[in-house]
Design a protein around this ligand. Structure first.
Ligand SMILES: N[C@@H](CCC(=O)N[C@@H](CS)C(=O)NCC(=O)O)C(=O)O
Length: 204
């Protein structure tokens, strides 16, 4: 297997690095420098026609895209420690958490990023700045929901550190990068964020 990865602050490739670190795994890697536009080259599009990072090329040449799908693929071969659930209910719970993070928090933050940030001006035409700004409030609504969910819980599923925590960490940090830091009174989220950030995998 060969990983196509991009450095911080890119949130989606980071998930795969965090996941691999939790498993104690490392893969041969090619760095795709997003700032240099390496994801838009014909060479990389031959790997991932979507022009997005990360991607995982299998030994037979097939390619898995989407950060969570890449981790799910690796999970089949390296099930310990379990990152996607330990029984049918827990697996469904983690899937639901990941979908909530991706479909609500990630979507809102992505709209902020695409429509308000100068970096995207050459690519997103037109940028709807007012729309982008409006999505900051939506992101905070979802963050508050997670703050409430985390009351009395160490990790999102209430049992152990899972892929849902990896995905949330990537987007809480990315949100701060694009200017949507959660308020100080989100105490449960803040404590969870400190715990997740203190894991060695967070620095991967
Ligand atoms: N849902 C995809 C998102 C992949 C994605 O958009 N990656 C970003 C880096 S964090 C990217 O390649 N951006 C380049 C671009 O949009 O032009 C995943 O989870 O892998």
């Amino acid at each position: 297997m060969h990983l196509y990865d991009s450095p911080m602050p890119a949130p989606n490739p980071r998930r795969v690095r965090t996941y691999l670190a939790e498993k104690g795994l490392s893969l041969p890697t090619t760095i795709i420098d997003l700032a240099k536009g390496e994801h838009r080259t014909a060479e990389y599009r031959a790997i991932n026609p979507l022009g997005r990072s990360p991607a995982l090329r299998l030994d037979d040449g097939r390619v898995v895209v989407e950060s969570v799908a890449i981790c799910r693929y690796i999970e089949h071969f390296h099930p310990d420690p379990p990152m996607f659930g330990v029984d049918p209910f827990n697996t469904a719970e983690i899937e639901a958490l990941i979908r909530r993070i991706e479909l609500r928090l990630q979507r809102a933050i992505t709209m902020v990023w695409l429509h308000t940030h100068e970096w995207n001006a050459p690519h997103v035409k037109p940028q709807f700045k007012a729309f982008g700004e409006s999505q900051k409030g939506e992101a905070l609504i979802v963050m508050r929901e997670f703050d409430e969910l985390l009351a009395g819980r160490e990790w999102l599923d209430g049992q152990r550190y899972t892929m849902a925590d990896v995905v949330l960490l990537s987007y809480i940090d990315w949100a701060a990068f694009v200017g949507v830091a959660y308020p100080a009174d989100f105490r449960n989220l803040r404590a969870w964020h400190a715990r997740a950030s203190a894991r060695p995998s967070a620095a991967a």
